[in-house]
Ligand binder design. Structure first.
Ligand code: ITT
Length: 202
């Protein structure tokens, strides 16, 4: 089954392709389909924004669309950057500068108080009016310095305690096996195959 990845983030697209392929889905990009859609993320939650993106891409493309709204939640920053993760510190910053901004804001915070999690809400929307939203999280700790070269975004500062490595130090398949996005997409595939009621998933 072909699904359109309702995202303009090339790193997410790569992860979707990688995770969905073994689940029996072919992920196509907006560029593959020759469409460009910009969605204003006006929702107040990851779920609301995922729904907005999936619906917009599905209606513009004629294909079933899968959208992800995700971010990093840091307890010592009262949940920031949260739904504003992509634009934290201003739209002109690089991923590395955003990581540095967080490290500077946490400079006095000891490891014991650096708990954080990645969260993803993923919505599937199709032309028949079927819509499914699932969510998943992965718990971690904000490192004191960036480490690793894989991944994207905040991966270099997100320490995953069971491996002692940041997500950027883990092989892509190792990240997918435990990440918010990997878990949410596997739940979505189960829901689409009708194995259980997605309404109860959060
Ligand atoms: P689309 O809306 O076009 O999909 P986006 O990057 O703007 O792309 P979001 O609004 O969902 O998407 O922002 C998510 C941000 O959260 C993303 O840009 C990263 O900074 C961060 N993020 C999410 N998942 C991540 C991951 O697995 N690793 C590192 N950073 C992640």
């Amino acid at each position: 089954m072909r699904v359109l990845v309702a995202s303009n983030n090339p790193h997410k697209l790569e992860e979707f392709r990688r995770i969905l392929h073994p689940l029996g889905y072919t992920a196509v990009s907006p560029a593959d389909e020759g469409i460009a859609v910009e969605v204003e993320e006006t929702g107040r939650t990851f779920e609301e924004n995922a729904r907005l993106k999936a619906r917009a891409f599905a209606s513009r493309s004629g294909l079933p669309a899968v959208a992800d709204d995700s971010g990093l939640i840091i307890d010592a920053l009262d949940g920031e950057p949260g739904i504003y993760s992509a634009r934290y510190g201003g739209p002109g910053l690089t991923d590395a500068a955003r990581c540095r901004l967080i490290l500077d804001r946490l400079s006095d915070v000891p490891l014991a108080n650096r708990s954080a999690r990645f969260a993803a809400s993923i919505t599937y929307a199709d032309q028949g009016g079927r819509e499914i939203t699932v969510g998943a999280r992965v718990e971690g700790v904000i490192a004191h310095e960036p480490r690793g070269v894989d991944g994207f975004g905040y991966d270099p500062i997100f320490l995953y305690p069971p491996t002692g490595k940041t997500f950027a130090e883990m092989a892509p398949a190792q990240k997918d096996a435990v990440s918010h996005r990997g878990a949410a997409l596997r739940r979505l595939a189960e829901a689409l195959s009708g194995r259980f009621d997605a309404g109860i998933l959060r």
